[in-house]
Write a protein that binds this ligand. Structure first.
Ligand SMILES: Cc1cc2nc3c(=O)[nH]c(=O)nc-3n(C[C@H](O)[C@H](O)[C@H](O)COP(=O)(O)O)c2cc1C
Length: 154
């Protein structure tokens, strides 16, 4: 099933927005339609126009951003092909652990079965107001290619 994909995201430092944009570009380059929505600025009233959804969020102080968490609790998300990603410092060295710690509990709590669920490296706090950008656009490109492939099978 292929149609329009919503890429909803919530960012504080910008890493998640970059990843959302790369995912959208990658899907578009494969002929899919994709809308990028910043949940801080816009509400998504209705998911009925979307055949699939990607949710991206960052994490600070061990808390996934609130609007990302509440988005995953939406009842109209159930049954839609879904991709979930996180931007985090932990994911630089331990992406699997970051996924297990921050994403798996959210996915489980909401009874979701995402096609893809992964943690990407974000901006690493070095001190007050000092973030080192460790984002890797290539990871998101490959992730989106795999997501598109799975959508084709869904
Ligand atoms: C104040 C602060 C707290 C953070 N806490 C965590 C944390 O608990 N776990 C983690 O893996 N990364 C942590 N990080 C790194 C962020 O996840 C990283 O900056 C990521 O890029 C956030 O996504 P965003 O840039 O889209 O906001 C923290 C960063 C800051 C600035």
């Amino acid at each position: 099933m292929q149609g329009r994909t919503l890429i909803a995201h919530i960012t504080a430092g910008g890493a998640t927005r970059m990843y959302a944009d790369v995912i959208a570009e990658t899907l578009r380059s494969r002929g899919l339609e994709a809308d990028v929505v910043d949940l801080k600025r816009e509400k998504v009233a209705d998911l009925s126009g979307y055949s699939s959804v990607v949710l991206g969020a960052g994490v600070r102080m061990f808390m996934v951003y609130r609007k990302g968490k509440s988005f995953l609790a939406r009842s109209d998300l159930k049954g839609k092909p879904l991709g979930v990603f996180l931007s985090s410092a932990m994911a630089l060295d331990k992406p699997g652990e970051a996924r297990e710690k921050f994403l798996d509990p959210l996915v489980k709590r909401n009874g979701l079965s995402p096609l893809m669920c992964d943690a990407f490296p974000g901006k690493i706090p070095l001190g007050p107001g000092n973030l080192e950008d460790k984002t890797d656009a290539d990871l998101a490109r490959k992730w989106a290619e795999e997501f598109a492939r799975k959508l084709g099978e869904a």
